[in-house]
Design a protein around this ligand. Structure first.
Ligand SMILES: CC(C)(COP(=O)(O)OP(=O)(O)OC[C@H]1O[C@@H](n2cnc3c(N)ncnc32)[C@H](O)[C@@H]1OP(=O)(O)O)[C@@H](O)C(=O)NCCC(=O)NCCS
Length: 178
């Protein structure tokens, strides 16, 4: 299992951030479960203008290097948060996707998160680690080519207390979103 990595996290606020999110997303476009087309700059601006009010978006950079390598997105709908994460291919396999997903889930606890993942997307299936494997995701069902997951709230609460918050009650291993 890739070990969790220290990440600096910041909230997406500027147009440069929105563009960075687009670049990361396009680098793995074919592996997302809902929209897989290449997103143009104009599409991205239009999307952000329309949707930003209902989204929480973050950019992540490893504490030991420069630059954003991952984004995380939370979309609230019908009482749950839908999670999406993306990591630049050159930064993959270092635990960044798992850590970014932790950040999303832990930051909205105790609200439930849900995710839909292509069954062919092995890396994404792996980062939605099940309760039985020490994670906090529950596999709800497979539908055609996708798997559906939700968070187990009691497990999230327990893990949040025991390993995600430091002694002062702040997120550990994260620079903290501004
Ligand atoms: C899915 C994604 C976010 C994972 O990011 P990441 O930083 O590589 O994730 P991690 O390093 O935390 O974990 C990836 C796991 O998958 C494994 N993995 C990565 N690529 C793999 C592959 N092609 N085949 C098998 N396993 C693979 C890694 O070894 C690691 O497993 P481990 O925890 O057992 O060691 C990243 O691949 C990505 O951005 N993909 C494109 C977009 C996407 O799929 N987003 C998810 C949709 S919600």
């Amino acid at each position: 299992m890739a070990s969790k990595i220290d990440l600096d996290v910041r909230t997406v606020t500027s147009w440069a951030d929105v563009e960075m999110m687009r670049r990361i997303r396009n680098s793995g476009a074919e592996r997302y479960s809902t929209h897989r087309e290449h997103i143009t700059h104009a599409d991205q601006v239009q999307w952000w203008t329309r949707e930003a009010g209902g989204l929480q978006a973050y950019l992540f950079s490893p504490s030991d290097t420069m630059g954003d390598v991952a984004f995380g997105l939370l979309r609230y709908h019908d009482g749950v948060y839908w999670t999406t994460v993306g990591v630049l291919p050159e930064a993959g396999g270092r635990g960044i996707g798992s850590s970014a997903l932790d950040y999303l889930v832990m930051s909205v606890a105790p609200v439930m998160c849900r995710a839909i993942v292509l069954l062919s997307n092995v890396a994404s299936i792996k980062i939605h680690r099940l309760v039985a494997d020490g994670g906090y995701w529950v596999h709800i069902a497979d539908h055609v080519d996708r798997a559906m997951f939700r968070t187990a709230l009691s497990v999230v609460a327990q893990q949040r207390r025991s390993r995600w918050l430091d002694a002062a009650g702040r997120p550990s291993g994260m620079g903290g979103a501004e």
